[in-house]
Design a binder for this molecule. Structure first.
Ligand code: C2E
Ligand code: MG
Ligand code: MG
Ligand code: MG
Length: 266
């Protein structure tokens, strides 16, 4: 309780106190072995508790309404950084930003994204918004909102796919670009035989002309299974953990994401 209250109170000042930062994780095309983009992930260094996971503070930020300001900070920071890399001749890569469903449903968010794109001068095609399946609960409203973002030129990805409200029928009715298979499915590939489900998700995505991204790839076995079944893009510790901007810049420069070749023990 105390921790939750502390987090709630101190979140309000976290932006002003420069306690937030972003880390970036490469998104890799397995066919070419090249990085095609990155996911921006939020980090908070709390003065007392140290690094607090977004899984803990994002839900609190949603409850208290602070998600709007935090989400805007994330968007600005990620778009500016991506533009800086592009100006340095690195890329062009696409940056994916996680957006909470609450934030997404707020009427002001479209304007925020427009403003951030204008101010950062990042071309909309290099921004992808990741939202979870719960967006599908209200299909009519979601379709209208998503359509406005598509008009702006940004990409839309359904994160953690398979864990929530997935309805295959709804999937075909929403203007989305990408499906991200949740890590829990990738984990199970090594444990028990869940492969028919993953195969079905991959086939479905390809049939619907959606791109498919696997998250949380940790082993060569998982990678080989995905490749053999037509999923050619993914993220995971096998390639790289999320890293700070300066380290990420090195990754882009060398485009050396296939570091597992040097770590056969993985
Ligand atoms: P997510 O968007 O599904 O992000 C993937 C999470 O899996 C990240 O955790 C990432 O660090 C972790 N991950 C990636 N590859 C591997 C792997 O190979 N193995 C393992 N064990 N983990 C891997 P993280 O950074 O702690 O973020 C957790 C969640 O918090 C995210 O899940 C996302 O839902 C949320 N989140 C993070 N940043 C933001 C943000 O800026 N805004 C919002 N609204 N939510 C965010
Ligand atoms: Mg994500
Ligand atoms: Mg995810
Ligand atoms: Mg996930």
């Amino acid at each position: 309780m105390k921790r939750k209250m502390d987090i709630e109170n101190q979140l309000k000042r976290a932006i002003d106190k420069n306690q937030f930062s972003l880390v970036y994780q490469p998104k890799v095309n397995f066919q070419t072995n090249k990085m095609i983009g990155m996911e921006a992930l939020l980090r908070w260094e709390h003065p007392e508790y140290g690094w607090v996971s977004p899984a803990e503070f994002i839900p609190i930020a949603e409850e208290t309404g602070q998600i709007e300001a935090i989400g805007k900070w994330v968007l600005e920071t990620a778009c500016k950084q991506n533009k800086v890399w592009q100006q340095q001749g690195l890329g062009p890569l696409s940056v994916s930003v996680n957006v909470s469903v609450l934030q997404f449903q707020n009427g002001k968010f479209l304007k925020t994204v427009k403003t951030v794109l204008e101010e950062s001068k990042l071309d909309a095609q290099f921004l992808e918004l990741e939202i979870t399946e719960s967006i599908m609960q209200n299909i009519k409203e979601s379709r209208d909102i998503l359509t406005q973002f598509k008009k702006l030129g940004v990409k839309i990805s359904i994160d953690d796919f398979g864990t929530g409200y997935s309805s295959l029928h709804i999937l075909s009715k929403l203007p989305i670009d990408t499906i991200k298979i949740d890590k829990s499915f990738i984990d199970e590939l090594d444990q028990l035989d869940r492969s028919p489900i993953i195969k079905a998700i991959i086939d479905l995505s390809l049939n619907l002309n959606l791109s498919i991204v696997a998250e949380g790839i940790e082993t060569v076995n998982q990678l080989e299974f995905l490749q053999a079944n037509g999923c050619m893009i993914g993220q995971g510790y096998l390639f790289s953990k999320p890293v700070k901007a300066n380290e990420f810049e090195q990754l882009i420069r060398t485009n050396d994401v296939r570091n597992f070749e040097k770590q056969p023990s993985l």
